[in-house]
Design a protein around this ligand. Structure first.
Ligand SMILES: [Zn+2]
Ligand SMILES: [Zn+2]
Length: 408
């Protein structure tokens, strides 16, 4: 053996005495070795290695870092504020809740505002030292159906126009693309999204089963926040009459190549709906998302959804967002104000899903749906060392992004 070969491999960090949560099981008394930002060993027996730092996890869980497909803001910032400072502020806030990969999500802003938001994300991408990695932008608003616009500013909602969305896709940063399946020209939008290898999704939509089928043939594979701002048999009936037709819900449940996501904050969906979604779809077709707005880690009060100068106002009570009351109408929700750590705990405590299944829904499943599963999303040798230490209550104790611990 010459001087250029080491007798044993090196590692930067060894996490010992942990319960490693793998996609299909929990490995007890496990050791995880990290070297130059990558996972190089996961196993039950410590290996002979030149130890760098060693961390005794005292039997706590190690899970992959969370991946959020659908998130608007946090710590007082919305991605639509359109500045690098806002983007960094949101990333920092979500890191402390366990998110290590994020898809900043647009809302119904003007074309200029959306381009500014994408540019702000671009300014941060590649320089996210100790921040969650921006894996691409989720072009979510503005192509919503006018009768399913929800808490977003209705003035900014519009059908897709080629000259507009071409500019978003040409940035090369859009990785998830949403458009309601009943809008004029949605097929052309899906076709361009497909050329750019996006996860294509339908949301804020009152589409019928037939419209979903056509959208699926054009490349749609996912539906945003199941049950929220989406069609049902009665809503399609009020739009298209009788005979009653299937809706987005039936299409997602029937078509095995479709996935979806739930907002498991405890306020949007009752436990039986979370259990139903899990039992019908399983952990490989269901993702957890936060759909979190700027009120994360902020005191109760009124905030803007979307950008900070003309976004619509909502109220946070510290638990969830509420659309400001319109006289004569029941109060409606305006997205969540909590992080992915909360979603994981609530899903685990409210459903029959095992811990590996719940963690999969917040990690490997969103990674697979967006094509980044070779980089991150599970505790596997060769992947980036994005991982969390969770205590027995599933609270985040430590966050590592590419092997480096984030200050919290
Ligand atoms: Zn929404
Ligand atoms: Zn949203």
């Amino acid at each position: 053996m010459n001087a250029f070969h080491q007798s044993t491999p090196t590692n930067d960090l060894c996490i010992s005495n942990c319960q490693a949560v793998l996609p299909d099981r929990i490995l007890a008394n496990a050791c995880i070795y990290i070297d130059r930002g990558q996972i190089v060993f996961v196993g039950g027996e410590p290996q002979a290695r030149h130890a760098g730092n060693t961390l005794d996890a005292h039997g706590n869980f190690v899970v992959p870092g969370y991946i959020d497909l659908h998130v608007h803001g946090g710590a007082g910032h919305d991605f639509m504020d359109g500045t690098a400072e806002a983007v960094r502020g949101v990333l920092q806030a979500h890191a402390s809740h366990g998110t290590t990969t994020i898809f900043p999500t647009t809302t119904t802003g003007s074309q200029t505002q959306i381009l500014e938001m994408i540019a702000a994300c671009q300014a941060v991408m590649g320089n996210e030292e100790l921040l969650p990695k921006v894996a691409g932008v989720h072009l979510y608003g503005p192509y919503f159906a006018p009768d399913k616009v929800g808490c977003h500013s209705p003035a900014g909602c519009r059908p897709p126009s080629f000259d507009e969305y071409r500019q978003y896709f040409e940035t090369g940063l859009v990785r998830i693309a949403t458009c309601a399946a009943e809008l004029d020209n949605c097929q052309d939008f899906y076709s361009m999204a497909r050329q750019h290898r996006c996860l294509i999704t339908c949301g804020h939509s009152n589409a019928s089963y037939t419209e979903m089928k056509a959208a699926f043939e054009a490349g749609v594979r996912h539906v945003d926040h199941f049950w929220c701002a989406m069609s049902s048999v009665p809503s399609v009936r009020s739009r298209l009459g009788v005979p009653m037709q299937g809706s987005m819900a039936e299409f997602v449940l029937m078509e095995r190549a479709m996935s979806t996501e739930v907002i498991a904050d405890g306020y949007h969906l009752a436990p039986e709906l979370l259990e139903f979604a899990f039992c019908m779809l399983g952990p490989e077709r269901l993702c957890l998302v936060t759909d979190c707005n700027r009120a994360l880690d902020m005191p109760p009060g009124n905030y803007r959804f979307g950008n900070d100068y003309d976004g619509s106002f909502f109220q946070s009570d510290g638990q969830v967002g509420w659309a400001l009351a319109v006289e004569g109408q029941p109060a409606s929700l305006a997205s969540s104000v909590v992080g992915m750590d909360h979603m994981v705990r609530h899903m685990f405590h409210s459903t029959s899903a095992s811990l590996p299944e719940v963690i999969r829904m917040a990690t490997l499943t969103p990674a697979e749906r967006t094509g980044i599963q070779h980089l991150t999303g599970s505790l596997e040798v060769g992947k980036q060392a994005d991982l969390l230490i969770l205590n027995q209550d599933l609270r985040v104790e430590k966050v590592y992004i590419a092997g480096k611990e984030c200050a919290r």
